[in-house]
Design a protein around this ligand. Structure first.
Ligand code: ARG
Ligand code: ASP
Length: 743
């Protein structure tokens, strides 16, 4: 099914720029990137990175739970990802007596490795360009509905025509805003166990204060293992499963990095929007980011207050807090970066350049004015939408329970008893975990603060009656309202909720509908669905279509440019170099941090910057083993590079010129957090843990040398004469990387 790319005009003339920008499809590395990558020092071929016919680097790259990346690092299915990616799992195995968040966890034997309900590991078997088939019969004359119907029909046909094995899944995704389509054949493993995690004082060192910030000193890693059935194929979690045998795993280099070294990050970036018009950035900076930041700040302050008071609460809410805080901080950085880099002016300048290049009678001339119109039309809905989603959809947890209840009732009413039972069993599964990490008193306080916020910030017509203030002279008392609702609802208690869900569907639904939280939440949702979501979607639909046309227009207007598709949680390669940057005038950041920096930040007893005795002892004895940086006798901790990454790239391997693992991607540097919208090569940097720090922690700190024994350690810089070959499936021939090291 090899098809020529429809719209990208691949010019042999590659724009010389600062290496870094771009999240590239593995399928086109040969034509678009190989030459540049080799110029930057890479010794591999495109085929070594992505091949369908033989083992290649891609076989070691795993989509972790669908939200992070991980990589195989041993012939026994051992997998490396971030501490913050495995955080939910580590937390769910933790209690006050077995506090793995605080103390870390290291399975002594394979029997001690911990199962994780619902956690998956997905590998990409093959990527197929199906653009021509997907767009067959689609014409410019079609309206949006007709167009989508034709495409849906085509995608169904493609799925049926692609030959696949029993265990394989197929997903077809649009790229370049619907100008191209690719099919992904994947295999998903369902038995993924926790093997090891450092304590938070290492894995989350610096916590939220250091999050999104360079210089960084976090050992943000954890280890998992994939288990398979006796045939090495996916199997349901079971004791008799055996460690998965990968087609390829990454050797680990002990040679470390130097400034300007080639680096490649291979993983599953989630979402970027690099081709938005300037109006979109204006809306984000002036309305949407501030709205979300404000709401989260209110919720975080309340959570923080309770978590500091009580260790059990801290464990319960640790994962939730981290998730809310992460994007709260990111949006702040993003807005600052967009302003400081004058991103809006630059976009406008670019749009002028684009318009000037269009022929007088070009049909593309309508695009930018139409965007202007549509963004104006959508603006009032967009802001209510963000308010509602943040408040009712996320931060007030009781309203999420109401959302589920609404759906349960409508499932019965619209789809009957069988569908109802199916959904109900999913609800019960969700509730099982929900109450374990839920404290109604905290939620009640958040409810009071955020319903107040909603009523003050959103036009009255979108506010449910119970939340409306009683006129300017008699402001509503939201704390009292919260007390009433939380006092009377059955949803905040596991026992009461379970009792409410017992009996026939009719009985259950009657009880649910009489619940005071339901009454408020259902009205709120009904108003939102009808008055906000519906008009928003209608306009948004037109914008999506316009964005597709704009994307095509850009590619036609700038044929000499190399375009890369926005991230969409599919496998991508990004590459660059190890490099520092200048965050502000007269300040230079160098690209590597050391354990000495951990000690400089050390605040005894502090919940973010504490260091434990064992690590201090190793530091004072300089007991770094083979993991030391030979140049200066120090232990490296993190480094930065010009690789273009985003959320979802966490846990991605940083790979050297020869295909060995040198680091573990986990974050971006503050000044460049706007890279999802406006990549600026001078200041956008990704942050990686140096793999030597990971090995040091596993070996010296945790005494888990048996895990090191599984890995393959190499020293490629010491003698590299000829081009190394990728390790082939099941063969012990000349392996990728160099020089296996004896322990
Ligand atoms: N900022 C990184 C990423 O977006 C790491 C987040 C985890 N750490 C935290 N303190 N929440 O995921
Ligand atoms: N920390 C992010 C993640 O979890 C990575 C990033 O946004 O740079 O995927």
């Amino acid at each position: 099914m090899k098809k020529t790319v429809l719209l990208v005009v691949i010019s042999s003339f590659l724009i010389k720029s600062y290496a870094g920008e771009g999240m590239w499809l593995p399928l086109f590395l040969k034509s678009l990137n190989e030459a540049e990558m080799q110029e930057l020092g890479m010794k591999l071929s495109a085929e070594d990175i992505y091949s369908v016919n033989r083992g290649s680097l891609k076989d070691a790259i795993v989509h972790f739970g669908g939200f992070c990346t991980s990589e195989l690092i041993s012939p026994d299915g051992l997998m490396l990802t971030n501490h913050h990616c495995g955080y939910g799992q580590i937390q769910s195995h933790s209690s006050l007596t077995n506090n793995y968040l605080k103390d870390g966890f290291w399975a002594k034997t394979r029997q001690d490795e911990l199962r994780n309900e619902g956690l998956t590991a997905t590998m990409i078997n093959e990527i197929v360009d199906v653009t021509i088939q997907a767009l067959e019969g689609v014409t410019d004359k079609m309206n949006l509905k007709e167009r989508q119907a034709q495409i849906d029909k085509n995608l169904e046909a493609i799925k049926n025509s692609l030959i696949r094995a029993d265990h394989q899944d197929i997903a077809i995704r649009p790229f370049f805003h619907g100008n191209q389509y690719f099919a992904f054949l994947t295999t998903t493993y369902r038995d993924v166990r926790l093997v090891g995690a450092p304590p938070e004082s290492i894995g989350k060192f610096g916590a939220d204060t250091d999050n999104w910030v360079w210089p960084r000193h976090t050992g943000d890693f954890s280890l998992f293992r994939i288990y398979a059935g006796p045939d090495n194929m996916p199997a349901d979690p079971a004791d008799e499963n055996i460690p998965y045998k990968p087609k390829h795993f990454l050797p680990i280099s002990l040679d470390g990095v130097d400034t300007d070294d080639f680096t490649m990050v291979f993983g599953f970036p989630g979402r970027t929007q690099e081709y938005l018009p300037s109006q979109a950035l204006e809306e984000i900076v002036s309305d949407l980011n501030p709205t979300k930041i404000n709401i989260r700040e209110k919720a975080l302050n309340i959570l923080d207050k309770y978590m500091r008071k009580d260790e059990a609460t801290r464990i319960k809410y640790a994962s939730k807090f981290a998730r809310i805080a992460n994007y709260w901080k990111k949006w702040i950085g993003e807005s600052q970066g967009l302003v400081k880099s004058k991103a809006i002016d630059k976009k406008k300048q670019f749009e002028k350049e684009f318009t000037d290049l269009l022929p007088k009678n070009s049909s593309y001339r309508h695009i930018l004015p139409e965007f202007d119109q549509l963004y104006k039309e959508r603006a009032p809905y967009a802001i209510v939408r963000d308010n509602y989603n943040e408040i009712a959809g996320r931060n007030i947890e009781l309203m999420r329970l109401v959302g589920i209840s609404v759906r349960l009732a409508s499932t019965f009413e619209n789809n009957g008893a069988e569908a109802y039972e199916g959904y109900k069993s999913r609800v019960l599964g969700f509730l099982e975990n929900f109450y374990k990490d839920y404290d109604p008193a905290i939620d009640q306080e958040i409810f009071a603060a955020l319903t107040d916020h909603y009523a003050q910030n959103v036009s009255d017509r979108y506010v449910p009656s119970e939340l409306k203030s009683l006129g300017s002279h008699v402001p509503k008392n939201y704390s009292m309202l919260a007390e009433d609702i939380y006092g009377a609802t059955s949803m905040t208690s596991r026992e009461k909720m379970m009792a409410m869900l017992e009996g026939s569907p009719e009985e259950v639904i009657a009880r649910i509908k009489a619940d005071p939280a339901y009454k408020l939440g259902a009205e709120w949702k009904a108003i939102y669905d009808k008055e906000v979501q519906e008009p928003y979607n209608a306009i948004n639909h037109k914008m999506d279509s316009l964005q597709r046309i704009y994307m095509a227009a850009l590619m036609e207007t700038f044929p000499e440019r190399r375009f890369y598709p926005d991230a969409n949680s599919t496998l991508r390669v990004t590459y660059g170099q190890v490099k520092g940057y200048q965050p502000t005038d007269a300040v230079n950041y160098s690209p590597v941090t050391y354990l000495d920096g951990v000690i400089e930040k050390y605040k005894p007893g502090d919940y973010e910057f504490d260091v434990d005795a064992k690590l201090l002892e190793l530091y004072h004895k300089k007991d770094y083993g083979d993991y030391v940086d030979k140049k200066n006798g120090k232990l490296p901790v993190c480094f930065i590079g010009t690789n273009h990454t985003t959320g979802g790239n966490s846990g991605s391997p940083a790979i050297d010129a020869y295909g060995n693992l040198i680091g573990l991607n986990f974050d971006r540097a503050w000044e460049g957090t706007m890279s999802d919208l406006n990549y600026d090569p001078t200041i956008c940097r990704n942050i990686m843990v140096d793999v030597r720090y990971i090995l040091f922690v596993v070996d010296k700190y945790a005494g888990a040398g048996h895990l090191i024994d599984e890995m393959k350690l190499v020293r490629p810089k010491i003698r590299l004469k000829k081009k190394p070959k990728i390790q082939r499936a099941g063969r012990e021939t000349n392996k990728l990387g160099e020089q296996p090291r004896k322990r």
